[in-house]
Design a binder for this molecule. Structure first.
Ligand code: TRP
Length: 347
């Protein structure tokens, strides 16, 4: 495969799909279960674009652009290592798509500040980040930017976590407002694709796996790190002796078996055994560890191989971004034209 082979997806007639990640840290198992795995499948049936959303990452990381810049490569390595195939999926860098920034500015006129402040995703994130009253304007407005991302690629399907569903709704509101004003469907509405399995908890049992919370297993984790993380997993705190009956609900070891163990029947038997008593945590942890080591070993190997040749990865990103630049510029031209903005007369 050569770096220039990316672009094979042009006008396949397949439904267009856009996903993205803020490059603020390497990706972890939560990302794998929640989205990366399905991207590897969706690239077979869809025209798929994946956005390294570094501009969006800046909306709450403007004090640390260095972190965002470094993680563009890290996240791209994660993508390739899990099997996102650059001949099937276009990987692109948001900050190098100026048409998206222009669309954002335009869309901000089709949404009110009150509506942005009411957006449940934003409300929750503002709280989680402890912004108080000091909310960066770019952060408050990023739903309009995400609408620009989605419509810039004319995506019909947008896989996002449940917590991001309000962003899709807000995108469609902007789309409908513009379409209504211009009297035709210059932009398509899109649909959220929410993962069925919900989100993977952290190894400590907290609802969300996150690098900053220190409860994540990153895709590039060493075998020792995987082992340590699995053995620290939160189980049933009242399950003191092997012979005690144990709780399965909220027991992270079982959540991970549900997420990763292909043998569902055996997992059900293990749950029954654990509830009855007589099954120790160590046996279960060893089982989880084995499964995760097998899953992560080839990913780690590919990641290390690719990391030796960053120029190859940068070439892929350059190609994907230049293809995306043309697509998003085309959308911007169509929107400007539909709205009837000033254009220089032909000479
Ligand atoms: N908001 C997404 C996240 O935090 C990243 C993202 C940016 C995105 N633009 C997008 C996702 C467009 C889907 C479509 O992970």
């Amino acid at each position: 495969m050569t770096a220039t082979s990316q672009a094979a997806t042009q006008s396949t007639g397949r439904p267009i799909i856009l996903t993205g990640d803020r490059p603020t840290g390497p990706l972890h198992l939560g990302h794998y279960v929640g989205s990366l795995k399905s991207r590897v499948e969706l690239q077979e049936t869809h025209e798929q674009y994946v956005l390294l959303a570094d501009t969006q990452a800046m909306t709450d990381n403007a004090h640390d652009p260095d972190k965002v810049r470094r993680n563009v490569l890290e996240v791209a390595l994660d993508y390739l290592a899990v099997g996102i195939d650059p001949t099937k999926t276009t990987i692109t860098v948001q900050s190098h798509l100026p048409a998206l920034a222009e669309l954002t500015l335009m869309y901000l006129n089709f949404v009110t500040v009150a509506r942005l402040e009411r957006n449940p995703t934003i409300k929750e994130e503002i709280q989680a980040r402890g912004f108080g009253r000091d909310i960066p304007a770019g952060f408050l407005c990023y739903p309009a930017a995400q609408a620009a991302d989605i419509t810039g690629f004319k995506a019909k399907v947008v896989p996002v976590g449940e917590d991001q569903a309000p962003l899709i709704e807000q995108t469609n509101e902007i789309v409908r407002r513009i379409n209504h004003q211009v009297g035709r469907d210059v932009l398509p509405e899109c649909q959220a694709l929410i993962p069925k399995h919900g989100r993977l908890p952290g190894v400590d049992g907290k609802a969300k796996m996150s690098k900053s919370m220190g409860n994540a297993i990153s895709l590039g984790a060493s075998p020792e790190q995987v082992k340590a993380a699995v053995h620290s997993m939160y189980t049933d705190p009242n399950h003191l002796k092997v012979s005690d009956p144990g709780e399965v609900e909220g027991n992270v070891v079982f959540t991970y078996l549900d997420a990763f163990d292909p043998n569902k029947e055996e997992v059900e038997e293990l749950k029954a055994h654990y509830r009855r008593g007589g099954l120790g945590d160590m046996v279960l942890k060893r089982r989880v560890e084995g499964i995760l080591q097998n899953l992560l070993a080839p990913i780690r190997e590919r990641r290390e191989e690719l990391a030796k040749n960053p120029d190859y990865v940068f070439d892929l990103l350059r190609d994907g971004t230049s293809k995306a630049r043309a697509i998003t510029q085309q959308t911007l031209d169509e929107v400007r034209d539909a709205l009837g903005m000033f254009a220089f007369p032909k000479r």
